[in-house]
Structure formats: C-alpha cells, structure tokens
Design a protein around this ligand. Sequence first.
Ligand SMILES: [Ca+2]
Length: 308
Amino acid sequence: MLSRMTTLVVLAVLMLNVLLVFVCSVHAEEKQNKPATAENAKDGAEMILITGGSFLMGTAPAEIDEQFRDTGLPEDWKKHALDEQPRHRRTVEPFYIYKYEVTNEQYKAFMDATDHRPPPHWKGKDYPADKGNHPVVEVSWDDADAYCRWAGTRLPTEAQWEYAARGAEPAEGEPSRVFPWGNSWDRTLSNNASLHAGKELQNAADWKEWYESDQKSKFPLTSRVGSFPKSVSPFGVQDMAGNAWEWCAEVQAPYPEQNAEEADDKKLRARRGGSWANVALHIRSVDRQGAPQDDLNIYTGFRCVKLP
Ligand SMILES: [Ca+2]
C-alpha cells in the first residue's frame, strides 16, 4: 500500500516537473520573440532596443518607379524623391528608440519642470482636452531638442530613424521595407490624409479639396499613439508612418555623406514619416522633408533615442 502511494507521489512530482519545464520553455520563447525594451525613468517612455546593423538607405530610381505605380502618385511628384538618392549603404550602432512619438502629456511634464513654452494651439499650459496620449505637435526643432536634453536623450539621426522604420535587409543586398509594415500601400494602416479623406488623394487638387473641407476646424487630426498597430515597424516601433512628422537631429544635407556644409539651407532640419495631413509619398519611410529649424506647425512632433 505504502509503495503504491509512493509511486503515485513520484509520478505526480514527475508530471509537475514536466509541466514546469513546458511553461518555462513557452515563456522563454515568448521572451525571445519580444524586442528588448527599457523605460526612460525621466519621462516614463517605453524604449525599444534596435540592435545595430547595415542597410541600404534611400531609394534607387527603379524602386521609385515601382512605388509610384503602387500608390498611383503623379509622375511630376517624382522630383520630391530626388533627395532620397543615391541609395547607399549605412551602418548603425545599437540604440534605444522611443516606441511611440512623445505625447502631449509627456511634453506637459517637461514644460512644467522647465518652464518651457507651450505649443501655440494649446490653451495656455494645458493640452487640448482628451489628447494627452496624442503626439505633441507644433513644436520647433529647438523645442524638441530641449525636451530630449531634459529627458537624457537626443533626436535620432536620419539613418537611425530610417533603419528603425524599415527594418534590416531581408537578404544581403536587398532593400528594407518601403513602409514599416511592408512594401504595399494601404491607406487604412496609418494616420494619413487619404485615410481621413476616405479615398486615395493622388494629386494636389484632391488634397486641397480635402484639406479645405469641414473637418478643418478639428485640425490637428492626430490620433492616440499606437492606434494603428498594423503599421508597426519590424522592430516593434509604432507610428513611424504618419500621425506626426518627426524631427531628426541633422541639417538636411544631400546623400551619401550628409555633409551639413553642402546643404542648400543650413537651417533646414530633417523630418521623417509624414503626418495625418500627408499622402503616400511622404508616408514612405525613405521620404525626407526638412523644415526650418524654428518652424512651428501642427504636423510635426518627434521621438527620442538613447544609447544603451
Ligand atoms: Ca510619426
């Protein structure tokens, strides 16, 4: 009798062990598939570790032709893609990048701590009601830079930004994704002008008609950060397509060297990702559209990076 009970106990312990090993391995697998993250204690921002790598930055002419066919954009807009060329190889060292754009709530905490000026469309020192989790917009490059310094971070370089949005090379010598989610345009995957218009805006007249429509009183049409989870980048970074343009660190200078001295306008700082008011052309992760360093507009915000 006793030995039968002992056998049962041994069996039960063995089964428990098997179960434990199974549970642990499932957890290990989950952990492996999740990107390494960290929290920036200063502003509570979730950061994703981007392991460094080499990739093809910018666009080749044949790719531009393909992207214009896919999105239905007019031929004469190809001139806006000249600054993405020539496509060239870049290497980035490991860095953390904010998973989301810096929000109104985070920006308010920075303002309260430093007595920094508010974005002009705010009601004094308070952000618009119910928009605490939206990206802050109408901040200049200098405002964004001041926030990053306060938070112990900095603005991303264009190479860091583009790598985080497009992901690593799928195979040696192959370009990374055109959009964070893949290579095909779909206006419903991100916060962009064609989404708001409910149709593809493929020329200046259609865009203007939408821009001047009734919804103008509700501008800026930002959305809560992370509301378009299907647009996530291969590294798990959100809203790199649309919502708010994002300031980058550099003066926008020609590729491949990006020597600030060669820039047409040395006050033009690089911005990436397009916004709620842009069409597919600017939502492509290779697109570059600089703006004057002191420019305040309701399309542009930022996110930060930090070295590990
Ligand atoms: Ca964005």
